[in-house]
Design a protein around this ligand. Structure first.
Ligand code: HEC
Length: 162
């Protein structure tokens, strides 16, 4: 006799992030750049209409097995112009998937907050769902900036999808 499939009910946590650090940069474009603001932004998928890689693909060096990167218009325009540094309001979001590329597990986001060069011109964020309770968050975050300085132009490492 075969066993009936087990029906698993997944309850998505409705509560907000347990941490709420803030670099006090305020709004950059439409984005509230506090940790809570960025968490809400990625959770609600407010980036999903942006220019994006067509599908999850193998991650190059970090960020788990499969990823998909999105770029907002400000950043797209600046990358197309070949700028050495991107203007404030430039944002890129990286969706982090499981090894099959099906289940979205979390997000990384970089937002340029002031003009100029250097790690402190960016706020870096990375967190995992469903609760986003233990995020990386900070201006020039020490976990993020080294690799990104080496791998990219003004900390952006992924080429634009065309
Ligand atoms: C071990 C090196 C390494 C570390 C540490 C690292 N990254 Fe990345 N990251 C990369 C590379 C390489 C890419 C581009 C290649 C790829 O997408 O697979 C990338 C891509 C990204 C992207 C997509 C846009 C872009 O710049 O290409 C975001 C957003 C991002 N990382 C955020 C973060 C954040 C936030 C942290 C810190 C919590 C972090 N990264 C730490 C290497 C790293």
């Amino acid at each position: 006799m075969r066993l009936l499939p087990v029906v698993v009910t997944v309850l998505l946590a409705a509560c907000g992030p347990s941490s709420s650090v803030d670099e006090h940069v305020g709004l950059v474009g439409d984005l509230d750049t506090s940790e809570a603001g960025i968490t809400a932004f990625v959770r609600e998928g407010r980036y999903t209409t942006w220019l994006a890689e067509p599908a999850p693909r193998d991650s190059v060096r970090s960020h788990g097995p499969k990823v998909r990167v999105f770029f907002n218009d400000v950043l797209v325009e600046s990358m197309r112009a070949g700028n050495a540094t991107h203007p404030p309001g430039s944002i890129t979001v990286k969706e982090l998937y499981d090894s099959e590329g099906r289940t979205l597990r979390g997000h990384a986001l970089d937002v340029k907050v002031v003009e100029g060069a250097g790690k402190d011109t960016w706020i870096f964020f990375e967190g995992l769902g469903p609760d986003y309770g233990d995020n990386y968050y900070g201006r020039g975050h020490s976990t993020c900036h080294g690799c990104h300085e080496d791998s990219g132009r003004d900390y952006v490492a992924t080429p634009l999808p065309e």
